[in-house]
Write a new protein. Structure first.
Length: 51
């Protein structure tokens, strides 16, 4: 699930770079990828602390 969100964020960034007018799409991709990575890290840290 998290990997899919990260890949979608990266795809949005790449597509936004290809279409220069899509500045908003670039930022949405950056935000989505960053949030996905942060949530993935938090989940892994929570799981590690339980173990």
């Amino acid at each position: 699930m998290w990997l899919i969100l990260i890949l979608v964020g990266v795809a949005m960034i790449v597509f936004g770079v290809m279409v220069e007018a899509a500045q908003l799409l670039i930022w949405l991709g950056v935000i989505l990828a960053a949030v996905s990575v942060i949530m993935w890290i938090v989940r892994n840290v929570a799981r590690a602390s339980k173990g």
